[in-house]
Design a protein around this ligand. Structure first.
Ligand code: FE2
Ligand code: FE2
Length: 271
């Protein structure tokens, strides 16, 4: 895991996945150094990742007070239960449906849950965090948030983009990504992760970007993108084109078999 700092207030715990045919997808969790420290999501659920150990290079896990789970997909919940053990004071910020989804696999103890809906706020000692539903999302539980002190918006899956190289997926600045590759990657991700975007009333859909427009954040931190400073208007333009962009159609069985055949040893080779 790569560790990047964003100003004084936030730290990125950057991981990534190579997605065949798509590119390299950043999978970021964050630490917000509030008076009551907040961990935002808990990384991939792969067995060789030790989220709590990586977190320990940034903050003593025992000091964590809040775990803002933007939604309970498995690329966000990897270290969740280990962190709850390592951080006895921490509570998981999620929604009723978020806690419900988790309860189908491993229920959260209810005294460790803090339910927060879009539009509601939480005081974490030296700042107020306000939840909102990002315009693009892949879970009914998704709630991002805005920190009024650092002026950072945590957008969950929204604005993500697979990157053409591992180096870019591990980078600390989205400005390093060529503009065309960034726009193409964001639209690919939008249609792959939120395929409903093709079915929406365009005017109503753009209305869902109003909360983030009103925040006017200095920095947008997506789970699946390098940190993005000063990019709000570019990102809002991207959203406007998402409903009419090409739908994503994944590889089918024939494509999978062709890919597997390309991995097989040459005919006659001895194994
Ligand atoms: Fe997701
Ligand atoms: Fe995700």
């Amino acid at each position: 895991m790569e560790i990047h700092r964003i100003g004084r207030d936030a730290v990125v715990l950057n991981d990534q996945l190579e997605v065949p045919g798509i590119g390299f997808l950043a999978v970021n969790a964050y630490v917000l150094k509030a008076a009551e420290p907040v961990v935002v999501d808990t990384g991939l659920s792969l067995p060789d990742r030790n989220f709590v150990e990586a977190l320990g290079s940034v903050i003593d896990p025992a000091d964590v007070r809040w775990i803002w789970l933007t939604h309970p997909d498995r690329d966000h919940t990897g270290g969740l239960f280990d962190l709850l053990e390592a951080a006895p004071q921490a509570r998981v910020i999620t929604t009723y449906i978020g806690a419900g989804i988790l309860s189908t696999e491993r229920p959260l103890p209810l005294d460790r849950v803090y339910l927060l809906n879009p539009g509601q706020s939480l005081d974490v000692g030296d700042r107020t965090l306000t939840g909102f539903r990002p315009p693009l999302y892949d879970s009914p539980a998704t709630v991002g948030f805005y920190d009024d002190r650092s002026r950072i918006c945590f957008s969950s899956d929204c604005f993500g983009a697979p990157m053409p190289t591992s180096e870019l997926a591990g980078g600390n600045e989205v400005r390093d990504v060529p503009r065309d590759a960034l726009r193409a990657g964001q639209l690919l991700w939008a249609t792959l992760d939120s395929p409903w975007v093709h079915n929406v009333d365009q005017t109503k859909f753009l209305g869902t970007a109003e909360p983030i427009r009103a925040m006017d954040p200095d920095v947008i931190l997506s789970t699946h993108l390098p940190p993005a400073a000063g990019q709000l208007s570019e990102f809002l333009d991207m959203l406007a084109t998402a409903p009419s962009s090409d739908p994503f159609i994944g590889p089918d069985q024939r494509a999978l078999e062709e890919m597997l055949a390309s991995f097989e040893p040459a005919a006659g080779a001895q194994v």
